[in-house]
Design a protein around this ligand. Structure first.
Ligand SMILES: [Zn+2]
Ligand SMILES: [Zn+2]
Length: 348
């Protein structure tokens, strides 16, 4: 089978390797679609402390059961499935206290073991027992289900923020996550949804996905524009969905009193310091939220919303074979793609 290996920083190689054996307590999956995630782009570009080279990335996986282990029940060859890549241990403090996304021993597909950037992938026993695999009915399109993982973290962040009816939400970063935030904010009843990005190209691609106002923040002063939109009061909520620290301070400035800020996007390891005006947080009584990971319940919610057709899957703008993964990285970086999906069976 074909598998895409990341062999070093910004180095990939498609190799022909044997199809892995199906474990007795697991499944062998023929990968239909696998998302090229912002975190994969970051791992490709700057590396990651969580991986050892060579590695097969890919954690947003949807596929078809190709073999069932002899000690596995409940699955049949041909079942269509989407997998939550996160496998909590079930035993640590955070698992016991219903915060499995923060599990001290969290295993993640594509990081802790080979992921879906390949024609076949093993879902091992732990994935079946402690993880989450959802069977997708025949009448539901399989490819958009890879968005369930992104949606899970978006849903978790917005439920922490309690985005509500009639609120104004500013989303800084108009990539796939920004677009999903806009769609979820709309579903939760927000009435003003500002999508901002430094890239004019990204902003123009994001126009159909729930936003009510669009700002190219490299050309226009975002804070001033938001003040104008909100009649000088400031926004109720700001979500920083990008890998840069500057928007954190913009968020502090553009929020109303008791506004809520989510630091949704992780920052590069060597640029993780941020500067916030402490007095603005103090006097405006702002609420600042971290946002990382999600639970199985959030994943299930994301899946349900997708199958109900309430998410516009046209945000998947690019479908590429494994051989063209680096074209996908470039398209994400230059703002010509929203979401890129790799199709391991598409001829290179
Ligand atoms: Zn992802
Ligand atoms: Zn745990």
């Amino acid at each position: 089978m074909k598998a895409l290996y990341l062999t070093g920083r910004a180095q990939v190689e498609v190799r022909d390797i044997p199809i892995p054996n199906c474990p007795e307590d697991g499944l062998l999956i023929k990968i239909d679609s696998v998302g090229l995630c912002g975190s994969d782009v970051r791992t490709y570009t700057v590396g990651s402390a969580k991986i050892n080279y060579p590695v097969i990335l890919g954690h947003e996986n949807a596929g078809i059961v190709a073999a069932v282990g002899s000690r596995t029940s409940g699955y049949a060859v041909g079942d269509r499935v989407v997998a939550n890549p996160a496998i909590p241990c079930g035993k640590c403090y955070y698992c016991i206290n219903k915060m499995p996304g923060l599990c001290d021993a969290l295993e993640v597909a594509g990081t802790s073991f080979p992921g879906g950037f390949a024609q076949y992938m093993v879902f091992h026993g732990a994935m079946l027992q402690r993880g989450q695999i959802i069977k997708v009915p025949d009448e539901v399109d399989l490819e958009p289900m890879i968005l369930a993982e992104l949606l899970a973290s978006v849903i978790k962040a917005q439920s922490d923020l309690r985005v509500g009816l009639g609120e104004s939400v500013v989303i800084i970063g108009a990539g796939p996550i920004g677009c999903l935030h806009a769609m979820i904010a709309k579903l939760r009843g927000a009435s003003v949804i500002v999508l901002a990005d430094v890239s004019a190209r990204r902003v123009s691609l994001s126009r159909e996905y729930g936003g009510t106002h669009f700002v190219v923040s490299s050309e226009e002063d975002l804070v001033r524009t938001v003040m104008k939109i909100t009649g000088g009061r400031g926004a109720d909520v700001c979500i920083s969905a990008n890998p840069s620290a500057k928007p954190h301070q913009q968020g502090v400035e553009l929020l109303r009193k008791e506004g809520r800020l989510s630091m949704f996007g992780g920052l590069p390891k060597d640029a993780s310091m941020t500067t916030l005006d402490g007095n603005m947080i103090h006097y405006k009584r702002l609420r600042v939220f971290g946002a990382y990971s999600y639970s199985a319940a959030d994943f299930a919610k994301g899946y349900d919303i997708l199958t109900e057709g309430r998410i516009d899957s046209r945000i998947i703008t690019h479908r590429l074979p494994l051989e063209r993964m680096e074209d996908g990285v470039r398209a994400i970086q230059d703002g010509s793609a929203i979401k890129v999906v790799l199709k391991p069976w598409m001829p290179g």
